[in-house]
Design a protein around this ligand. Structure first.
Ligand SMILES: Nc1ncnc2c1ncn2[C@@H]1O[C@H](COP(=O)(O)OP(=O)(O)OP(=O)(O)O)[C@@H](O)[C@H]1O
Ligand SMILES: [Mg+2]
Length: 226
């Protein structure tokens, strides 16, 4: 654990021990910190512009913290140390590289995607869908070779989505999480895809293309009208 009481967001620019990602208009800065020998990561909106910081930033931190409380103790998810000033979230540091930056010459462990699926099963059992797993920045390859999942700000809770038609949408997000695993496999280790996974991938891409086609046609029509 880490004691956040003495931690001030305003002192992080001097007291951090690394920056994993700089902030942008819409994205928080990700600091690496150390307190009494414990290392952590702080996702921090305190430098965003006033409106974004107070409306969006606070909301996203609140949502993500809520998700981490549900995920407490699950393997493959960093421990959450808490929220600072409503604007930042402190997490256990996972010594890792995000999948999107993983050097393709270094083979992922044979069980990496099976482990990932087990993690996905375990948070679905807790009634949570991640919904942004196909983003290779949100799946970390631990230096121990195992997968870890971060970035729960877009996650969906089964409890909040329990009534029709939201319950259908929740199920859709659950399926999407599994489909994301297939997509990541396709991108990073296509040779390990099973025939069934290839079939699902083809079917799904076909459907996504169809939906994009309809959207593009609608756009054209709208442009003519407006
Ligand atoms: N607990 C952690 N341990 C190690 N690295 C982490 C941790 N949390 C986040 N990171 C790093 O910070 C990056 C961004 O974190 P996160 O995805 O939570 O923020 P984000 O603002 O949603 O970013 P993006 O928009 O790129 O998805 C991750 O890709 C990862 O490299
Ligand atoms: Mg992310």
């Amino acid at each position: 654990m880490m004691n956040l009481e003495s931690l001030k967001l305003s002192s992080l620019p001097e007291n951090h021990c690394g920056i994993l990602r700089h902030s942008s208009n819409t994205r928080p800065v990700i600091w690496v910190i150390e307190e009494n020998g414990v290392r952590g990561v702080v996702k921090d909106f305190s430098n965003s512009k006033f409106f974004y910081r107070n409306i969006i930033g606070r909301f996203l931190i609140w949502r993500e913290h809520k998700a981490y409380k549900k995920l407490q103790g699950l393997e493959g998810v960093p421990a959450c140390y808490g929220v600072i000033d409503g604007l930042a979230l402190a997490l256990e540091e996972i010594p890792s590289q995000p999948l999107e930056k993983h050097n393709k010459n270094i083979k992922l462990s044979r069980t990496f995607f099976d482990d990932l699926k087990n993690i996905v099963d375990s948070f679905h059992r807790k009634g949570l869908a991640h919904s942004d797993l196909k983003n290779g920045a949100n799946v970390l390859v631990g230096y121990d070779g195992r997968p870890y999942i971060v970035d729960w700000s877009a996650s969906i809770s089964q409890k909040e989505f329990r009534f029709f038609p939201l319950n259908r949408i929740y199920l859709r997000f659950v399926l999407d999480d599994y489909f994301a695993i297939i997509k990541l496999k396709m991108r990073y280790v296509p040779e390990t895809l099973t025939l069934e996974e290839r079939r699902q991938y083809a079917k799904r891409s076909h459907m996504e293309r169809g939906i994009r086609g309809i959207r593009d046609r609608l756009r054209k029509i709208l442009k003519k009208i407006v």
